[in-house]
Ligand binder design. Structure first.
Ligand SMILES: Nc1ncnc2c1ncn2[C@@H]1O[C@H](COP(=O)(O)OP(=O)(O)OP(=O)(O)O)[C@@H](O)[C@H]1O
Ligand SMILES: [Mg+2]
Length: 656
């Protein structure tokens, strides 16, 4: 019972599986788009890594000179001169090392922040191009967490793990060269150790990668839940669901704990394993090295097979004690460096998981727009020909290029909308609209009435192409709307959506959202038409009053008035008003209706309302039931028909 109604809460999401090539893709972006910065980083890493190791060698030279002075090989003055030389060289090298580290710090900060800024831009850019369907199917908080949590995983990778890994790899390479030079035989043991480490990393790292992937998803789910509860805080309180929401949050949070715990445990096991393989390697090298030394110390270096290799510093056999000792030191350093890599593995895997989520958003199919008919400013000459002009004439035309012969035709924007046997479903095999046919002549007012869920909003969603139809045709001024560029189509529609959404900004900004270049005067006119002017002037700062959090400081009706004004300001030939006056009192509604009547003058208007009084004066009223138009005609005709509308109007019938 606990989960009834909200089954997905607390349910464990499927374990994520990372797609292939994520790291490669990430590196490709870094190495191509940020080449100069990455190159600068590489130089700094190499210089500081080399400076760091060379400086130690010089310190040994100081000891050597010191020793020679002590045993009188050098005179004191000669010793001092030598030491001074070495010290000056060391200072130069340290300074170089310091400069490159400092530069690396700055370059790394710039590279990281620039990379993150660009990634955020890319994500946002992509998000703005996604179809409405994407937002229907993804929790908003989950999308938010891509910007926060997943991006942060990348920050860790670019600013710390990658540079550290690079410098570790440089050190490992240097050590390898020296070790191979000293003894290939002993190096073979190191190779076996490295293979063992790679094997362990693949096995255990693979497991923790799976859980890190799940962790990033779980963070998204958790943030999605928090976002939903913040938005629905009033509903939670009204239904006294505080306890229950805490319980559900605990479940989501426990799942996050569970996968994070596993992810980190696995990767934490990996660290000691790598360390221990390093230690075992060390012991085996000591054992084998000493064994070889003991077994071969009496072998004449100038005799037989071994003698061949004398010139190569004893790469093969025999080994001197000093080589074994030096080798052990290097093997220890090698193992430590491998340990360093294992320290970075967490953050690399986490970043991969984050990058995977980012890439899957970036790879989402954008809203396709293959429309080529555009809306242009136009005028009509004395012969009645339509032509395109730069001047603002207030007249508009559809510019229709024909690829066959390269000609262009212009069709005057009138606002005629025809739906021709349209079928549609949001999801496959679930048809919401059945065979809907509507003809709206320019200047007509078409009303949709029908029960909740009948499909009224859906029809408007199809006209503005939030969704594409499954079957049939929609024509705008005789042009199939699929041929019209989406932006131009939507520009030709003034839309008041069923949900009023306002943005952070002033009242003026919010109305002007309908037409960005509207003058103040145009905004006032639109506000007056929508009957919003009165209440706006009573606000503390009038039109300059700041609205925040979706207009939380306004009443629902006031927000609707603003959204009507916002649609009015764009002065489009077709208006779509979905429940635009549902939260407005009947007296204000009458005033708004007068305003919108004058606004509607000469425009095609689609109006959706539950109050039948609102739609009485429509030219055509369409009665929708379960996605079908069951009756249509004007008020008088429908009343005379004594059908469903009549029953609805007289209260004898309610649509289901
Ligand atoms: N985004 C969506 N994804 C899937 N199904 C949807 C979606 N939006 C609406 N539907 C379904 O489509 C049907 C029609 O919904 P629509 O929003 O058009 O109803 P409506 O007539 O506008 O109702 P109301 O008067 O409540 O606004 C409903 O059965 C609804 O469940
Ligand atoms: Mg609706």
């Amino acid at each position: 019972m606990a989960n009834r109604g909200m089954p997905r809460r607390g349910a464990v999401p499927p374990m994520g599986k990372m797609r292939k090539g994520v790291l490669k893709r990430l590196l490709k972006i870094l190495f191509t788009d940020y080449k100069p910065l990455v190159a600068a980083m590489a130089v700094c890493i190499v210089v500081s890594a080399i400076a760091g190791s060379i400086a130690g060698v010089f310190l040994q030279n100081v000891y050597a000179v010191f020793g020679k002075v002590v045993d009188h090989t050098y005179a004191a003055s000669q010793g001092w001169a030598e030491i001074l030389k070495i010290i000056v060289t060391m200072i130069v090298i340290y300074a170089l090392g310091w400069i490159s580290s400092a530069t690396m710090g700055i370059v790394s900060a710039t590279l990281t922040q620039r990379f993150l800024r660009d990634m955020r831009n890319k994500i946002f850019d992509k998000m703005q191009r996604l179809p409405i369907r994407y937002f229907d199917t993804h929790a908003h908080g989950d999308i938010m967490s891509i910007y926060t949590n997943d991006i942060d995983a990348l920050r860790q990778l670019v600013s710390q793990s990658l540079p550290q890994l690079c410098s570790t790899v440089i050190t490992l390479t240097t050590l390898t060269v020296v070790m191979v030079y000293y003894s290939i035989m002993l190096w073979a043991i190191v190779v076996i150790g490295v293979i063992a480490i790679l094997f362990a990393t693949k096995k255990i790292g693979g497991k923790s990668a799976k859980y890190f992937m799940a962790q990033q998803q779980a963070v998204g789910k958790t943030e999605g839940y928090i976002e939903e509860i913040i938005n629905g805080q009033k509903v939670v309180k009204v239904f006294c669901h505080e306890e229950r929401s805490i319980e559900e949050f605990n479940k989501v949070n426990d799942h996050l704990y569970d996968v994070s715990n596993k992810a980190n445990s696995f990767s934490n096991i990996l660290m000691p394993i790598i360390h221990n393989i390093g230690n075992i390697m060390y012991v085996v090298i000591a054992f084998v090295g000493c064994g070889i030394y003991i077994a071969t110390r009496n072998v004449s270096v100038n005799f037989g097979f071994y003698g061949l290799f004398n010139g190569y510093g004893g790469m093969f056999f025999p080994l001197s004690v000093s080589i074994v000792v030096a080798f052990l030191g290097m093997a220890r350093q090698f193992a430590n460096q491998l340990g360093q890599i294992s320290n970075q593995i967490n953050s690399v895997i986490m970043a991969m998981a984050g990058a995977d989520r980012i890439f899957s958003l970036l790879d989402e199919k954008p809203e396709v727009d293959d429309g080529y008919v555009t809306l242009v400013n136009a005028d009509i000459d004395e012969n009645g020909n339509i032509f395109e002009t730069d001047k603002r004439t207030g007249k508009w035309a559809w510019k229709h290029p024909h690829s066959a012969d390269g000609s262009i035709t212009y069709t005057q924007l009138k606002g005629e909308i025809v739906l021709d046997h349209v079928d549609f479903g949001y999801v496959e095999n679930k048809i919401v609209l059945h065979d809907v046919s509507i003809k709206a002549e320019p200047g007509q007012k078409i009303a949709f009435v029908g029960a909740t869920g009948a499909g009224k909003t859906t029809i408007t969603n199809l006209i503005n192409r939030f969704y594409d139809i499954a079957d049939g045709k929609i024509r705008y001024d005789g042009i199939n709307i699929n041929k019209i560029k989406k932006g131009d189509l939507r520009r030709s529609l003034g839309i008041v959506l069923q949900d009023t959404n306002l943005f952070t900004g002033t009242v003026m900004d919010n109305i002007r959202y309908g037409k960005l270049d509207a003058t103040d005067e145009e905004v006032y006119v639109a506000a007056k038409l929508a009957n919003a002017h009165d209440f706006i002037t009573r606000l503390p700062d009038g039109y300059n009053t700041m609205l925040n959090a979706d207009g939380a400081n306004l009443s629902q009706g006031q927000r609707q008035l603003l959204s009507i004004a916002r649609a009015a300001v764009c002065n489009a030939p077709v208006m779509i008003m979905d429940e635009a006056t549902s939260s407005i009192d009947t007296r204000t509604e009458q005033i708004v209706q007068k305003g919108t009547d004058s606004l509607m003058l000469g425009r095609t208007v689609f109006i959706i309302a539950h109050r039948l009084s609102t739609v009485r004066n429509a030219d055509v009223i369409m009665v929708l039931d379960h996605g079908r138009i069951i009756e249509s005609g004007n008020h008088e005709q429908l009343i005379a028909r004594k059908g469903k509308y009549y029953q609805l109007y007289t209260g004898a019938f309610e649509l289901e």
